[in-house]
Design a protein around this ligand. Structure first.
Ligand code: CTP
Ligand code: MG
Length: 239
C-alpha cells in the first residue's frame, strides 16, 4: 500500500502577526512549507506529497517548491488550492490523492521540524491495521476548563492531566476512512462545528483512533515565540 502526505498550508497565520502567509515565512532562509515537505519526503514510505496552498498563491507555491525540491528524492509533489478552514483545505487535498494510495498522512505546514522517526511510527501503526493514528505528547501544564468571559473567567473544572495528550501531526489514516469522514462532515467546516484535526472527524464516525508518542520537535509554529524556538532547533541540528 502506497502512502501519500497531504500538507494543509493555506492558512494566513493570523496569530503569528501580519506579513506573508505563515507557510511561506522563512526559517533560517528556507520557507516553512519547504521544511514540512522535506520532512514528509524524508520518510521512505511517502511517495506523494499534496500541498494545499492559499487559493491566491498556488502559482507562487508551485515555483517555490520547484526551486527547493526535496533533496535527491523521487517523491512527487502536487499543489492544489485550499479553502477557508483547515478542514476544507484537507478535503481539497485529499481529492487530489489517487485511489491507489491506501494510507494518507495529514501534516500541518506549520510543523516544519517533525523528525522522520515520528512520521515513520505513524505510518507503521496505520500499516499494522489502525484506521487512524495520532502522534501526541503528555501535557506540561495543568489545564482548566472555564466559562469564557472578557474579565476573569470562572473555572468549571480541572481535567486529570494524566489522561490528556497534546495532539500533533502527521496524523495517519486508512485513506477510505479519512475520505468517508471528510465527506460525511463536510458541512460542519463552515458552521463553526468543524474539527481542528482530522482525527476528530474520524472519532465522530465512531471509528477508533489511537495515539502514538509524538515528538517535542513536532511543535506547531503558531505565535512569534515559536519562530525563535524553530530557529534554535535548526541551529542545533546544524551544529
Ligand atoms: N490551514 C489551511 N487552510 C486554512 C487554515 C489553515 O490549510 N484555511 C493550515 C495552515 O496553513 C497550517 C495548518 O492548517 O499549516 C494548521 O493551522 P494553524 O496553525 O491554525 O495555521 P493558520 O490557520 O495559518 O494560523 P492562524 O490560525 O493563527 O491564522
Ligand atoms: Mg488556524
Amino acid at each position: 500500500a502506497r502512502t501519500a502526505a497531504v500538507i494543509p498550508a493555506a492558512g494566513r497565520g493570523v496569530r503569528l502577526g501580519p506579513g506573508t502567509p505563515k507557510a511561506l515565512r522563512a526559517l533560517s532562509g528556507t520557507p516553512m512549507l519547504v521544511h514540512a515537505v522535506r520532512a514528509m519526503a524524508a520518510s521512505r514510505a511517502v511517495s506523494l506529497v499534496v500541498v494545499v496552498a492559499p487559493p491566491d498563491g498556488t502559482a507562487e507555491v508551485r515555483s517555490l517548491l520547484d526551486e527547493f525540491p526535496p533533496a535527491g528524492d523521487r517523491t512527487e509533489v502536487l499543489v492544489v488550492p485550499g479553502g477557508e478552514t483547515r478542514q476544507q483545505s484537507v478535503r481539497l487535498g485529499l481529492k487530489a490523492v489517487p485511489d491507489d494510495y491506501g494510507t494518507v498522512l495529514v501534516h500541518d505546514a506549520a510543523r516544519p521540524l517533525v523528525p522522520v522517526d515520528t512520521v515513520d511510527a505513524v505510518v507503521a501503526a496505520v500499516r499494522e491495521g489502525a484506521p487512524a493514528v495520532v502522534p501526541a505528547l503528555p501535557l506540561a501544564d495543568t489545564v482548566k476548563q472555564v466559562q469564557p468571559a472578557d474579565g476573569p473567567e470562572p473555572v468549571v473544572g480541572t481535567p486529570d492531566r494524566a489522561v490528556l495528550r497534546a495532539v500533533q501531526t502527521p496524523q495517519g489514516f486508512d485513506r477510505h476512512t479519512l475520505l468517508q469522514a471528510h465527506e460525511r462532515y463536510a458541512h460542519t467546516a463552515l458552521e463553526g462545528e468543524g474539527a481542528t484535526d482530522c482525527a476528530g472527524l474520524v472519532e465522530r464516525m465512531g471509528v477508533p483512533v489511537v495515539v502514538v508518542r509524538g515528538h517535542e520537535e513536532a511543535f506547531k509554529v503558531t505565535r512569534p515565540l515559536d519562530l525563535v524556538l524553530a530557529e534554535a532547533v535548526l541551529a542545533r541540528r546544524r551544529a
